[in-house]
Write a protein of this length. Structure first.
Length: 341
């Protein structure tokens, strides 16, 4: 029971929230509890009454039952009431909780008191934060590998759910660029070699003497081993991939062709500005820079459109095109592998 109310009945007794044992449409079984000031033994300060209410079908409610008590039992008579396992457990647990809460306490004759059960896990964490020795001991017992896996699973679930919920979101700058800047580690799955997010690096060069005309990409990644960089341009899953039908095939959409040319321009500018950029910050390499365009929903294409799209992107050598749904599918596969491990 997560909440228990103790209501004054007199200066020596209080009514406690009853323990509900069972209830059906026609029968209700409870154990009514009272707290009493038992000065002889304050540990034994609870007493109770078993109450079983039963009505006929469509009869009066439980509010006005006919009472039957010990005094109703005549000589040579016996009353036997059987409890099933659920009722027995409810009674035992309820009394255990009540004694743990109220044993040894005097009644409060002045006001009603409500006790709310605390989450023991939260209380344990609070205690650990207050005690350095206990915290160090708990940390020493943690399986860090299992903890890392659990955190990875939780992060993947969060990203998967947020991506899936926004597959109709066309907010290229307002949502998606911010989403991937915050979860840049997700895009590392698009590479075959180990890479890391090149944090706070977006400028790829191109400014003139008037400090105008600079080129900026959405995200830059760097190979952990070779220091070679890659650039990613992010559109949205709503952007169309193909244009109109053209002689049994399809032309590219303006968004797709524009995104490709945008990446090629950034790549060329980066090559030309490489020496100057090295002087301004962290070292990196620019060897045949990989370009990735994240755009559209490949699964939304019909078979003929998909054939035309795949034929085109597989011929590209300088830019790799990835659909948002394809990235989401990679995340789902990664999550599946971790959950089965």
């Amino acid at each position: 029971m997560s909440e228990v109310t103790v209501t004054p009945e007199s200066y020596k007794t209080s009514i406690v929230t009853p323990i509900k044992l069972s209830q059906t449409e026609r029968t209700e079984t409870t154990f009514a509890v009272k707290q009493v000031d038992n000065h002889g033994n304050l540990k034994k300060n609870l007493k109770g009454t078993l109450i079983i209410k039963k009505t006929v079908k469509d009869g009066p409610s439980f509010s006005e039952p006919e009472k039957f008590s010990r005094r109703s039992i005549k000589s040579n008579e016996m009353v036997e009431i059987a409890f099933d396992t659920e009722e027995t457990y409810a009674l035992g647990k309820g009394l255990f909780d009540y004694y743990r809460l109220l044993s040894g306490k005097m009644t409060n004759p002045y006001e009603e008191v409500t006790y709310i059960e605390k989450d023991e896990r939260i209380e344990r964490i609070r205690h650990l934060l207050e005690s350095k020795e206990d915290l160090y001991e708990a940390m020493a017992q943690i399986d860090l590998n299992a903890l890392n896996v659990a955190l990875n699973i939780e992060n993947l679930r969060r990203v998967k759910e947020e991506m899936a919920a926004n597959m109709d979101n066309d907010g290229e700058t307002a949502f998606w660029q911010q989403f991937f800047a915050k979860n840049a580690w997700i895009l590392a799955q698009l590479f075959h070699a180990p890479v890391m997010f090149f944090e706070n690096r977006r400028y790829v060069g191109g400014k003139g003497l008037d400090n105008q005309g600079g080129q900026y990409t959405d995200l830059i990644y760097k190979n952990d081993i070779t220091d070679n960089i890659a650039i990613i341009e992010i559109k949205s899953p709503v952007k169309p991939l193909l244009g109109r039908n053209y002689r049994q095939t399809y032309s590219l959409s303006d968004e797709l062709s524009g995104g490709i040319n945008q990446l090629l321009l950034q790549r060329q500018t980066l090559y030309q500005s490489y020496a100057n950029l090295l002087l301004s910050g962290e070292r990196f390499e620019a060897n045949n820079i990989e370009c990735i365009l994240l755009i559209g929903n490949v699964g939304a294409l019909d078979p003929q459109e998909r054939k035309a799209f795949d034929s085109y992107r597989n011929e590209l050598r300088s830019v790799r095109i990835v659909g948002f749904d394809e990235l989401l599918h990679r995340i789902e596969n990664q999550l599946l592998l971790l959950e089965q491990a």
